[in-house]
Design a protein around this ligand. Structure first.
Ligand code: GLA
Ligand code: ZN
Length: 674
């Protein structure tokens, strides 16, 4: 369905445009400039609720009609937003219930955006009504190619409405208070509940000392599940509203990468295509950005995937809003495409003159003309994407390796009181991702509930919460010949954060062939060490002290009272292998271990590229597209692994021939299977 309506002649190019913030007589000049930049899609109407609905019963669409006509006249496709990410001031005044209450318990007033209580019936009623009116009005505009519901959903609300809704959500999950008391382990600290309305939301006024410090982990995890579901319900209600009138137009909302508050694996199921906003700082590693792309593509499980926003140059909300250096915008755009995106889109088309985003990068600067560095770079990339045409679109990745990243697990790990405040889930997963990525091993990112059968290698760092079924899938995967790797702090608890007794790592114990008796937490300044493959590596953060129960020790601690006990192990289990890394080490160790595992399992990199060069492949049928992305500051030579044509230059390369990438340069090598 998506293929039919999305612009499938070429990679879509454009983004957020807010002409309603400008006098109408400036619009034609904007169009001239955007056309000159090869823009072909506009995201419209993102923050227009107050303009569209000036009062309870009054709607005004005249201006939006004109904007839609403007887009049509200039043959721009439209990704139409529903405007529900910022409610009108009159609504907040008349119905204070739509305002959020924050983590400290403070009731908020009107202001900013992304500020509506997701459980307010008034918010839901009016946001859905607006979405429906928009769909009814614009259903026949043939240039409407996608719906963009709200904008960057997120945050939390702790109001009384949410508290009531939480109890309803809990009744659905647990059915009885007895079951809830069991799941929440309420016999601890005298928490037994006898009536549903004794239950309150976990925040700073109840269970929490700080955001991550809670006295009752299960209540806090359930709140996160509930909050993510509540906000997702708002998305689904608007989704249904627009589908009534435009069943064939695909619907998305712009996600935010590794954003903790929303369980995007669940959200991905509800969206027609996945879109996300990529705002790395210049200091972020290119592996971190790549992981975000793979994570976002992964939540769609094969659904189309697009880069909805990036800045053409600088941001405005970082402490230091560095410019994107020449060539970097192009490089990062191709990085998104390499990881699966079928669009390159920006926030924003034109800088506003007032409020907090007036210094945020845009295609049209405050100078108002095309003679700027940023404009020229955008224009050049636009021309290049025009030339690429329909190549690449709809092609998919080639991963034989899956990396597990799971939101509920994330929440559970970071709510845990002990063993270490320095344990951050995303950081630990990123270490493994980076080890794979710097060797150009293609990766899919999956959740705990996903099928693993198509992979050769599955890596699940810090798999602390093992929800029902995940151990079964891992067991089947390894029994069938797969290679599994997990780490310290895995297999401890069930879906209710209740410890699986009988010894760590719980249900993974026999698969891994070890028993972890104790775990030492090292302060950030302290290290242990081990020797692996003749090299000395550090052991940091957590050190598991374990017994072998069938596994072989690949390395042992060198210091402290547990010197000589195993730290890295491998267990042969049925036809497969299960590795366990009982500590955090350094990047060089992860790279070495993963290289060895991949070589053994014949998992090949997309290309053998020098450091600083990212190689990623997409394919469709027999056609392959190998992206070579030089993130470094120097020219790099890559030996081409297969004969093909660089689609960006037209140069033809023979097998093993040397391709030179300039600093920040890109090549897209197309080759066809015999
Ligand atoms: C987000 C929002 C946009 C804009 C940009 C600025 O991605 O969706 O509306 O605020 O940030 O970076
Ligand atoms: Zn609320």
């Amino acid at each position: 369905m998506w293929e039919k309506v999305w612009n499938h002649e070429k990679i879509a190019y454009g983004g957020d445009y807010n002409p309603e913030q400008w006098p109408e007589d400036t619009w034609e000049e904007d169009m001239r400039l955007l056309k000159l930049a090869h823009v072909d899609i506009l995201t419209l109407n993102v923050f227009s609720w107050a303009a569209l609905q000036p009062s309870e019963e009054e709607y005004r669409f005249e201006k939006l009609d004109k904007i839609m006509e403007l887009a049509r006249k200039h043959k721009m496709k439209v990704c139409l937003a529903t405007s529900s990410a910022a409610h009108p001031a009159w609504m907040a005044k008349k119905y204070p219930e739509i305002l959020r209450t924050d983590f400290t318990g403070m009731k908020l007033k009107f202001g900013a955006r992304h500020n509506s209580c997701p459980n307010s019936l008034i918010y839901r009623k009016y946001s859905v009504r607006l979405a429906e009116k928009l769909a009814e009005r614009y259903k026949d505009y043939d240039h409407l190619v996608a719906w963009h519901i709200s904008n960057e959903y997120g945050g939390e609300c702790y109001c009384e409405n949410c508290e009531k809704a939480f109890r309803v959500w809990l009744k659905k999950r647990y059915k009885t208070l007895d079951e809830l008391n069991r799941a929440w382990n309420t016999s601890f600290w005298g928490h037994t509940f006898y009536e549903w309305d004794e239950i309150v939301l976990p925040n700073q006024r109840s269970e929490h000392l700080g955001e991550d410090q809670t006295a009752a982990q299960t209540i806090s995890i359930d709140y996160r599940r509930f909050n993510s579901d509540s906000i997702m319900d708002c998305f689904c209600l608007e989704y249904d509203a627009v589908k009534k009138y435009t069943p064939d137009i695909p619907v998305t909302t712009n996600l935010m990468g590794a954003y903790k508050a929303l369980d995007y694996h669940k959200w991905g199921e509800k969206m027609d295509f996945i879109s996300w906003d990529n705002y790395p700082s210049n200091e972020d590693s290119f592996s971190k950005t790549a992981m975000n792309h793979d994570l976002m593509r992964g939540v769609g499980k094969g659904k189309p995937f697009v880069l909805m926003e990036q800045t053409p140059s600088q941001q405005n909300w970082q402490p230091f809003n560095a410019l994107k250096r020449p060539g970097v915008m192009r490089l990062w755009s191709y990085q998104a495409v390499a990881h699966g995106s079928d669009a390159v889109m920006f926030f924003q088309m034109k800088r506003s003159i007032g409020s907090c985003e007036k210094y945020h990068g845009a295609i049209i600067s405050h100078a108002g003309h095309e003679n700027t560095r940023v404009f020229r770079e955008v224009q050049e990339l636009g021309a290049e994407l025009d030339k690429l045409g329909g190549e690449i679109l709809g092609s998919t990745g080639t991963a034989q390796t899956a990396l597990m990243f799971d939101w509920e697990n994330w929440w559970a790990v970071e709510y845990s009181a002990g063993p270490s405040v320095s344990l951050k889930y995303h950081d630990e997963v990123l270490r493994y991702y980076t080890a794979l990525h710097t060797q150009n091993i293609p990766v899919d990112i999956v959740g705990e509930d996903d099928d693993l059968s198509q992979y050769k290698l599955v890596i699940a760092p810090v798999l602390y919460m093992t929800r029902p079924g995940v151990d079964v899938r891992i067991r089947e995967f390894v029994e069938g010949g797969g290679t599994f790797l997990t780490t310290f702090f895995s297999g401890y608890v069930d879906e209710n954060d209740l410890v699986i007794i009988g010894g760590y790592p719980g249900k993974l114990r026999d698969i891994l062939g070890i028993w972890v008796e104790e775990t030492d937490a090292l302060p950030d300044t302290k290290k242990n060490s081990f020797i692996y493959g003749g090299q000395n590596y550090s052991a940091q953060l957590l050190c598991d002290i374990m017994h072998l129960e069938g596994a072989e020790a690949l390395a042992e601690y060198q210091e402290d009272f547990y010197a000589g006990t195993p730290v890295v192990t491998c267990n042969k289990f049925a036809k497969g292998n299960a590795y366990y890394v009982g500590t955090r080490s350094e990047q060089a160790f992860y790279e070495k271990l993963i290289k060895e595992i991949c070589e053994k399992q014949q998992i090949k990199p997309a290309a053998d590229a020098p450091s600083g060069v990212e190689a990623v492949e997409r394919f469709r049928g027999k056609e392959h597209y190998l992206f070579l992305l030089n993130h470094s500051e120097e020219n790099k030579q890559v030996s081409v692994p297969v004969a093909g044509t660089d689609l960006l230059t037209g140069n033809i390369y023979q097998n093993d021939e040397c391709l030179t990438l300039t600093a920040k340069g890109v090549a897209v090598l197309k080759w066809t299977e015999e």
